[in-house]
Structure formats: structure tokens, C-alpha cells
Design a protein around this ligand. Sequence first.
Ligand code: UTP
Length: 304
Amino acid sequence: MVAGMTESHPRISKAVIPAAGLGTRFLPATKATPKEMLPVVDKPAIQYVVEEAVSAGLDDVLMITGRNKRPLEDHFDRNYELESALQKKGDADRLAKVQESSDLATMHYVRQGDPKGLGHAVLCAAPHVGHEPFAVLLGDDLIDPRDPLLARMVEVQEQRGGSVIALMEVAPEQIHLYGCAAIEATDEGDLVKVTGLVEKPDVADAPSNYAIIGRYVLDPHIFDILRKTEPGRGGEIQLTDALQQLADEEKVGGPVHGVVFKGRRYDTGDRGDYLRAIVRLACEREDLGPDFRTWLRSYVAEEM
Ligand code: UTP
């Protein structure tokens, strides 16, 4: 038996990345290009997400894709023509960059025929995942690589069982943009017990200002629940509705815990957040940062 693995508690090794949404907030850029392929500095947003899964120890990655999403598959595949052109030129640095994404993880793909909602996208992963706990990383949610989150969530799931979601405190007037959790404190500072969930509530109905962000470690019972989950808000099959049931049914797939994230996170499907991600990550880059920061300082000084 592999170290760190027991019969009743296999080590989590599978990550599911839903990337089949229509990306309407980013039109027209996303008319023919998946939003997950938009570059954040010089890497597509989705590569950061796959790198995050791999650095948390999950190197079996299933991407849920849809129409217009072929570039996602191509990005994580070999490109022999480009590789041999760079080899001929002796451009080892760029060759390494091209090969990096195809060597990252074992990639699998499944198509979600119609984008019927995040819950439906996760259900498409059932045959691949089987009966093990697994992680879900939303393809348009970028967690800054300097602020790791997923490894802590995997640790909590391995210690406490059930399912684990990621939460972030937001201003009350922002909560209608997110799923929202009702919570109770635990004996660990960054960890809460989730007692209820509601998708995009009005501020007056929100049980807290803890928003659900795009990282989950789920018990496979979620699939049984999703099969029975009716379309909810926006006519979509909502993952939040199925999680609510996990939180209610402690013995089947629950309890649900929340890791409270205080790091940097960007919704790359939102134009403003996408720009913030590029500026922040570019400033930190060793190669581009020094020049870019100098330019940015003078630009801000002129504009303010
Ligand atoms: P979003 O609601 O942010 O994605 O879904 P969207 O529908 O593409 O965005 P807009 O609002 O039209 O701009 C969150 C995540 O769930 C995936 C999306 O790709 C995104 O990563 N998703 C959503 C699916 O895979 N399938 C769906 O049916 C819906």
C-alpha cells in the first residue's frame, strides 16, 4: 500500500476543473476563446489553476470543457512543430516554457454538452472520480501562488472527513455576487463549521458575509445528491444547493467545514479583477517587475 494511504481513507489525488461556462461577462473576448485561456501576464489563467492543483499534490486533473474549448486541450498537449522550431534555433528557455504545460499533470477531459450550471459540470466528473474524495478548482478563479490554500483544505479533509469549502470575508454589499455560508467557530482559527449555504442572497437575507470561493474538497456522495438536484437560481443546477444538503446530512458526505482564506484571489472572469491580477503578478515578476513598477509609479503619479 502506498505511504499515506489507508483502505478507508485514500489520499486525495484527483482535481476537477470546471471550465465549460460561457464567460459572458468577458464578451467579446470570449466569443471564440475560452476565458480560461486569457493571459495573465504571459501564461493563460488556467495554467495557474493546474499548477496550484499539482503543488497541492493533485496531479490527476480532469477538465470539464465544452464547445469552443479546444484551445484548453491544446495548451496542455505537446506542440511538436513549435518545439522543433525552438530546438533548431537553440532557444532552450522558450522551449522549456512550451514544454512546461504539457509536462505538468496527467490531464483528462470530459465535455459538458450544455452548460447547465456548476453542479451539473461537477456531476460530469462522476465516472472519472469514482468513490474517492476529490478537489474542485474553478477554472476562472486564480489564487495567488504566494498564498497557498488547497493544501490546507486537503489536510482538513484528511483529518476531519466530509467536505471542505473555501470562504472569504467580503463587504456585506458584495455578498449577493457569491454563494454565502452560515458558520460556527471551531477550535482552529482558520476553520469554521458550515451549517447552511445560500446562493447569491440579497444582503438582508445573507446569514453572514462569508463568501464561497472557487476551491472545494468534496466527498463523493455529492454525486448522488447532484443527480437529484433540481435547477435552482438562474435555472442552473447549483453546486451550492447540493452542498447545503451535505451540510444537513452529517453522516452522508458531511460535515462541511470552511477554510477561511485571507490571501490574494482574483476572479479572472471579471474584467476588473482580471486587470488587478495582471498588475499584481507582473509587479512581482523578477524579469518584468522592476521596469513595470517604475512605469506604473510614474503613470499613477501623472494620473492622480
Ligand atoms: P461562472 O458563472 O463564473 O462562469 O461559473 P460563466 O457562466 O462562464 O461566467 P459568466 O457569468 O457567463 O461570465 C463558475 C465556474 O463554473 C464553470 C465556469 O467555467 C467557471 O469556471 N461552469 C459554469 C461550468 O463548467 N459549467 C456550467 O454550466 C457553468
